[in-house]
Design a binder for this molecule. Structure first.
Ligand SMILES: [Zn+2]
Length: 425
């Protein structure tokens, strides 16, 4: 009896144990020896998938079968020949034509007898039919379930929920749901995704590895009781909402707005990262307070914001008040610090030109031409801003103001009502 040993491994399987070519070969060789078969050849398809029968060594085996060089084919498992039962049947039919028997080491299928082959064909036909109907049925069922408001997810339940496979519904996970609510609240108050992440990570250390995870939370429609499937919105029936629709859509509006501009430059909080808490040492962060429908910008101790009033009782400061105070302090130091600096910035030169023009000392076209030139010329970066800029600091765009304040101020310490400025000079 001349036995051909056919072994195959896919690229994916090469990584997993038990399926290695050597393991297959060893088992087949032992079997052939035990049966006193003569091994006529070993056919090894390495890194070959079972999706098609177009494999070099399988083709060689079929050629050798046609040439009557083989009496039987030994395989470790049927799926080594093919994962598609149709292909297995086709191969078995070719074997049959040449009176070659097939023996699989792990399946109890005796394909050397006509009955065994008939059994394989029957079971294959049945399982294929069954598979097709199950797929059709589940497709139909899924679509109907979704349209009647069932949110379906494969894999893990979305953050904030626990899946109940028996009732095909989702329960609220209290701790996660609380985080979701807080994240929406913080986001609407003007916190960045980075700040959201810090909060979320403090509660769920193994989750929220990037700020974008918080972005995903803010975008998830499920939290307001709806979901999207194939571009259509459905009213969710198998899960409770965690937040109101108003909250969700307010967050989406903010999301599209902030997506257009750089958030950092756009923050309305002038003193971000400058104010520290005189009681606990934490930074003060910007927070939007909504009262009677009115929005008030404030600064609040981060510890108080995230850990509650019990952990730090330092007062919340209205942004307008502290910013006005800081700006007026900056305008005062102007004379002391900047009079020593005689260099002129372009703005100063423009200001002087304006004076000259207004006094009638230069013509309008001269003034305009020179201003144009000066505006094109880059302003040199200096350690300290000049007098003109400081005098007019509140007329500058916020990002420029922030830049100047960063140069001048080391930190601002707030202790209840008291504001203390630590200068950089
Ligand atoms: Zn504090």
């Amino acid at each position: 009896m001349k036995a051909a040993l056919y072994i195959r491994v896919s690229t994916q399987e090469q990584a997993t144990e038990g399926y290695s070519l050597d393991a297959q070969l060893q088992k087949l060789t032992s079997y052939a020896n035990y049966m006193h078969y003569e091994i006529s050849g070993v056919y090894r398809d390495e890194g070959q998938s079972a999706a098609s029968t177009n494999r070099p060594e399988l083709k060689r085996l079929l050629r050798d079968i046609s040439a009557e060089k083989v009496d039987c084919v030994l395989i470790y498992k049927l799926d080594r020949l093919s994962r598609r039962v149709r292909d297995v049947i086709d191969l078995v039919e070719i074997f049959e034509k040449h009176s070659v028997s097939l023996y699989s080491l792990t399946e109890n299928l005796d394909l050397s007898s006509p009955f065994g082959r008939a059994a394989l064909k029957m079971s294959a036909t049945f399982s294929e039919l069954e598979r097709e109907t199950i797929i059709e049925r589940s497709k139909l069922g899924k679509e109907q379930r979704i349209k009647s408001g069932s949110f379906i997810c494969t894999g893990k339940a979305p953050f904030g929920y626990r899946a109940d496979f028996k009732t095909k519904s989702f329960h609220v996970d209290e701790k996660e749901a609380e985080t979701v609510k807080k994240l929406f609240e913080l986001y609407l108050e003007g916190s960045s995704f980075r700040q959201l992440q810090i909060y979320a990570k403090s509660r769920h250390p193994d989750k929220f590895n990037s700020p974008s995870a918080c972005r995903d939370v803010i975008k998830r429609m499920m939290y307001c009781g709806m979901f999207v499937w194939k571009g259509k919105v459905y009213e969710g029936k198998n899960f409770p909402p965690l937040i109101s629709r108003e909250t969700y859509f307010a967050a989406q509006r903010l999301l599209t707005k902030s997506g257009k501009k750089k958030v950092r430059d756009n923050t309305p909080y002038l003193l971000c990262g400058k104010i520290t808490c005189g009681k606990c040492g934490s930074f003060y962060v910007g927070k939007l307070r909504i009262r009677n429908g009115k929005h008030d910008r404030t600064y609040i101790c981060k510890k108080r914001l995230y850990q509650g009033k019990d952990n730090c009782s330092n007062k919340v400061v209205p942004a307008e008040i502290i910013e006005r105070e800081i700006i007026s302090a900056v305008k005062k130091i102007n004379f002391v610090v900047c009079e020593k600096h005689e260099e002129h910035t372009n703005d100063e030169k423009i200001e002087k030109l304006l004076d000259l023009y207004l006094e009638g000392k230069i013509e309008k076209f001269v003034y305009e031409k020179k201003v144009k030139l000066l505006k094109k010329a880059p302003v040199e970066e200096k350690d300290r801003p000049s007098g003109f800029l400081l005098k007019n600091i509140e007329k500058l765009p916020k990002n420029k103001m922030r830049k100047i304040l960063n140069l001048l101020i080391n930190k601002i310490q707030v202790t209840d009502g008291k504001i203390e400025i630590f200068w950089n000079f």
